[in-house]
Design a protein around this ligand. Structure first.
Ligand SMILES: *[C@@H]1O[C@H](CO)[C@@H](O)[C@H](O)[C@H]1NC(C)=O
Ligand SMILES: *[C@@H]1O[C@H](CO)[C@@H](O)[C@H](O)[C@H]1NC(C)=O
Ligand SMILES: *[C@@H]1O[C@H](CO)[C@@H](O)[C@H](O)[C@H]1NC(C)=O
Length: 594
């Protein structure tokens, strides 16, 4: 480039900058919102109470428009300037694209992926849980403000009590303890919704909306053909009050949750989404719940189609609206709502009550205050998503969740200077997607345990040993050979999403297939006692490994998220002590768990 052009360019710089800025802004689309243009409508008047604004908007809708809003994909009402809204987004352990509202396929293609909840819970650190909630709230706004979301209602946390260890979704929960699950729920929700970690909640504004799910007594997917859709949980009143409901009570009362999801199963014969006692009397009445109640996806349809509890589709619609449910994940109310009204099975007030709850949430999210970019939370930009502090927190969560189960004769930590070669063996050692569990979005980074260990030991080899966690096709000979040729051996075993997930429960708690035999033969062949790392959400019975002196250490690492591979390597090499928990100094004692 010559001198002359240089000068010309310098003179044109301000204009050029403007063009560049324009280009940059064009990348991010405007998020959907209402009340951008000056309006005399009361529902746009920010000075009025939310209830009044929601009531005003509902009073302006026709019957057909009203019914159209009662599904998770709510269409636009153009004549009132109301955009479409998608109620279903997921953020179990990071903003995910598992629902319908969030799209990580535009300028933003990833979000911070924290460990699966069962591991994070094992940190016993409510401040960490709160910070994760905060990051999710921030990244959710970042994605929304960047025009890549059509909703800000996230269907997390999953706080069902993990009572049956075979449950495929136990990995999503904080575990089997109702009190701890309740603490997790409260601080996570506070973080997501933009509240302080404790103390009075003095604003109804929502950074993002969290949802306590699945209300209630749900911990079965499919056990020998008994499915969650048909299951009728027989629960005593005492068990409901002592075990299944305390996390929901805490989620609502202490967390100030703005959403609840009723579950698929029945409780003592009544579908939870059709249970007035549960939704209206207990949640809205006893716990003062102020928010919206959604069904699990297609949970209204199954009340008729699977459970036969409702004789006609219109009866199912009436059952849930009269019980206090507000929005149906799925199109069942949208399809059968008008006829339910025409048949006199639901009243205008049944419909309006639900709609007021729904629009109140959208208003609390600030979506009826003009362009959210110029409102509270409007300054949260795309650069907040996957930023370093968030990724560091994902690493901390993995480090602090990991549990040391056995460490005989000082097998751990390993010393970088002493380990000249390592054989990494097992189906879970080099599988990036396995680290994320379920309900995840694309992570900011992806490093498997084997890749992370390669950063510590130059001479590192990987042998899978069997086809996958199912381990019904093995190559134990190759694994044994690798084990006998290396200085140290680290085995990565456990479960994967084919063994435990939504719709899949386990039948027993042992390691699947030939895993046990693989571990024992490798341990026999190795020069020194081996290290066994378990990647799984639900518990596995490893009594054999506990009792085998050739297995020097056992580490449980759950499904540790995007930084899990790195965290495991750090723990194995003593750079992080998983027994050390860092509490936030300002945290009051009441938030500590002993
Ligand atoms: C609301 O609560 C926050 C933190 O709990 C506090 O900092 C703030 O001063 C409170 N605002 C009002 C108006 O009470
Ligand atoms: C990797 O993990 C995923 C998720 O759990 C699983 O579906 C897949 O089968 C695993 N692949 C192998 C080769 O183990
Ligand atoms: C291994 O198990 C999977 C899942 O159950 C099954 O689909 C496959 O056929 C099995 N393979 C063999 C060789 O048994």
């Amino acid at each position: 480039m010559g001198r002359r052009t240089h000068v010309v360019l310098a003179a044109a710089a301000p204009a050029l900058l403007l063009v560049l800025l324009r280009l940059h802004m064009a990348v991010a689309a405007d998020p959907p919102f209402s009340c951008g243009a000056p309006s005399s409508a009361a529902f746009c008047d920010r000075r009025l109470p939310i209830e009044q604004r929601a009531g005003d908007l509902v009073s302006k809708l026709t019957l057909e428009e009203k019914i159209s809003q009662l599904g998770d994909e709510s269409p636009a009402v153009d004549r009132l300037g109301v955009p479409a809204y998608k109620w279903w987004s997921e953020a179990l352990h990071g903003v995910a694209n598992a629902g319908r509202g969030v799209h990580l396929d535009g300028p933003l293609r990833a979000a911070t992926s924290f460990p699966q909840v069962i591991l994070t819970a094992a940190s016993f650190n409510p401040h960490l849980w709160y910070r994760i909630g905060q990051v999710i709230g921030t990244e959710a706004r970042g994605v929304y403000n960047n025009g890549q979301a059509e909703g800000l209602t996230f269907w997390a946390p999953n706080i069902n009590v993990f009572r049956d260890p075979r449950w495929g979704r136990g990995q999503e929960t904080p575990g089997e303890d109702p009190t701890m699950t309740g603490k997790y729920a409260a601080v996570f929700v506070r973080g997501v919704q933009g509240y302080a970690i404790s103390g009075a909640i003095n604003s109804s504004d929502l950074e993002a909306s969290a949802c306590c799910k699945h209300f209630t007594a749900y911990d079965l997917e499919n056990w020998k053909g008994v499915t969650r859709f048909a299951f009728d949980a027989k629960v005593t009143e005492q068990d409901l009050a002592d075990t299944y409901n305390p996390p929901f009570k805490s989620c609502v009362e202490d967390g100030g949750a703005s959403g609840i999801m009723c579950s698929y199963n029945r409780v003592n014969g009544v579908p939870t989404c059709a249970d007035h006692n549960l939704l209206s009397k207990t949640a809205r009445g006893d716990w003062s719940f102020n928010g919206y109640i959604t069904s699990d996806c297609d949970a209204v349809a199954i009340i008729h189609d699977v459970q036969g509890y409702a004789k006609a589709p219109e009866d199912a619609v009436a059952d849930v609206l009269k019980a206090g449910m507000d929005v149906n994940c799925g199109g069942y109310i949208q399809t059968h709502g008008v006829s339910a009204y025409q048949q006199g099975k639901i009243t205008g007030e049944d419909i309006d009550r639900a709609l007021r709850n729904l629009f109140a949430i959208r208003m609390r999210l600030g979506l009826f205050n003009g362009n959210p970019k110029y409102n509270r939370y409007g300054n949260i930009r795309a650069d907040q998503v996957c930023k370093k502090e968030h990724q560091d927190l994902a690493l901390q969560a993995a480090q602090d969740g990991i549990v040391l189960l056995k460490n005989d004769a000082g097998a751990l930590p390993l010393s970088k200077s002493k380990v000249s070669s390592v054989a990494v063996i097992g189906p879970n050692g080099n599988n990036a997607s396995l680290l994320l569990g379920n309900y995840f979005g694309p992570p900011c980074i992806s490093v498997t345990p084997f890749q992370a260990l390669q950063g510590y030991v130059k001479d590192a080899t990987f042998v899978q040993g069997c086809n996958a966690a199912v381990c019904n096709v093995s190559n134990i000979g190759e694994a044994v050979h690798a084990a006998s040729s290396a200085d140290y051996v680290v085995l990565f075993m456990g479960l994967d999403q084919n063994q435990e997930r939504e719709e899949v429960d386990r039948l027993e708690l042992g390691l699947p297939g030939m895993q046990e035999s693989l571990v024992n033969k490798v341990a026999d062949a190795a020069k020194k006692p081996v290290i066994l790392v378990l990647l799984c959400g639900g518990p596995v019975d490893v009594t054999f490994a506990k009792n085998n002196p050739k297995i020097g250490a056992i580490v449980w690492a759950g499904y540790p998220g995007q930084a899990g591979g790195i965290a495991i390597a750090q723990v194995l090499f003593g750079e992080h002590n998983p027994g050390e928990i860092l509490f936030h100094p300002t945290l009051s004692n009441s938030w500590r768990l002993s």
